[in-house]
Design a protein around this ligand. Structure first.
Ligand code: AKB
Length: 313
């Protein structure tokens, strides 16, 4: 395959596993990993790596020219909880990095762009259950505002300049290889680590807080599947709703208890509760399933079994 791919934000939770999967598909030397700081050993030794600050367009362009990059996956972003603490910084990072990459595509330095959106584009006035693709969108967080604006920048560059940009509204992504940082759905990753290491977990969300979630394997597959779909099948150029499972802290704790019977959970909601309360509890992703054949593999119980097996070993 002739694509040369640059992943920006490759050391993060999604970037890390996406890079390794892309390297397995396209060949190690066809996937250039980059981040603002060095990655883990596997990342640094399995293929090319470059230090890139995603807000610095000139450095991105230099790397694009050096490797003759054709596609960029832009994963660098500040997530919901951290963005509430540093609103200006979050806006600068999330918007400048996207506009940098969209401009490189507009100027024909690259042919294709992937940029993740999030369920954070929805807000307290959005229908909570089975949230449709098109609905009321009044995000209540800085992160959500940046993602909703970003979606419309993507659509604008596609309509005005023919940029082939594709995007998914990720739910909370659950992984065991790399931990997320600064998100509201992060509890659903931490809970597995604490269950194995300490046998107990204090949750920063209330027990009944239901949120849309997805196992990392499914998220990586969806991302690559969307990027490889025929352009005629990609009918939405803002971002696609994407769903797999939804659960509350009480339900994930019950799933873990089946494998670790002594596991205990306690609840101490903090400022992240308000963010979670503003988001949908389940998502209707029928457009993605219809347009490019998306389907997920993992449910709560198969994901829990897989994660605990990996963490225990
Ligand atoms: C977060 O919690 O901020 C993210 C997201 C849902 O986009 N995981």
């Amino acid at each position: 395959m002739s694509e040369i791919i640059l992943v920006i934000g490759a050391s993060g939770q999604i970037g890390n596993e996406l890079t390794q999967k892309l390297r397995a598909i396209y060949g190690n030397n066809h996937v250039i990993a980059s981040d603002i700081r060095a990655g883990n050993e596997e990342m640094m030794t399995s293929g090319p790596f470059e230090i890139i600050d995603a807000t610095d367009k000139e450095t991105i362009l230099k790397v694009v020219k050096k490797y003759k990059v054709s596609q960029i996956y832009l994963l660098a972003a500040m997530l919901s909880a951290t963005a509430e603490k540093f609103p200006q910084k979050a806006w600068d990072l999330n918007m400048t990095s996207l506009l940098n990459v969209l401009d490189l595509a507009k100027e024909k330095h690259i042919q294709q762009v992937y940029w993740p959106s999030s369920i954070a584009v929805f807000g307290p006035t959005t229908p909570k259950e089975n949230t449709p693709q098109k609905t009321i969108m009044e995000p209540a967080t800085v992160y959500g505002i940046s993602k909703l604006s970003g979606e419309f920048w993507c659509n604008y560059y596609h309509e005005k300049f023919g940029v082939d940009v594709r995007s998914l509204r990720y739910p909370g992504i659950i992984s065991w290889k790399t931990k997320p940082g600064g998100g509201t759905t992060d509890y659903a990753v931490d809970i597995y680590f604490k269950a194995v290491e300490e046998g107990s977990f204090e949750c920063f969300l209330a027990e009944e807080t239901r949120l849309p979630m997805m196992y990392m394997n499914d998220a990586v597959n969806a991302t690559i599947q969307l990027m490889r779909a025929s352009p005629k099948d990609v009918k939405i150029r803002t971002a696609y709703n994407l769903a797999a499972i939804d659960f509350s802290p009480k339900e994930i704790a019950a799933a873990i208890k089946k494998h670790i019977p002594d596991f205990t959970i306690s609840y101490k909601p903090d400022f992240r509760q308000e963010i979670a309360d503003s988001w949908p509890s389940s998502i209707d992703d029928s457009e993605a399933r219809k347009d490019w054949g998306w389907k997920h593999d993992f449910n709560l119980s198969s994901m829990t079994k897989d994660i605990l097996n990996h963490l225990k070993s």
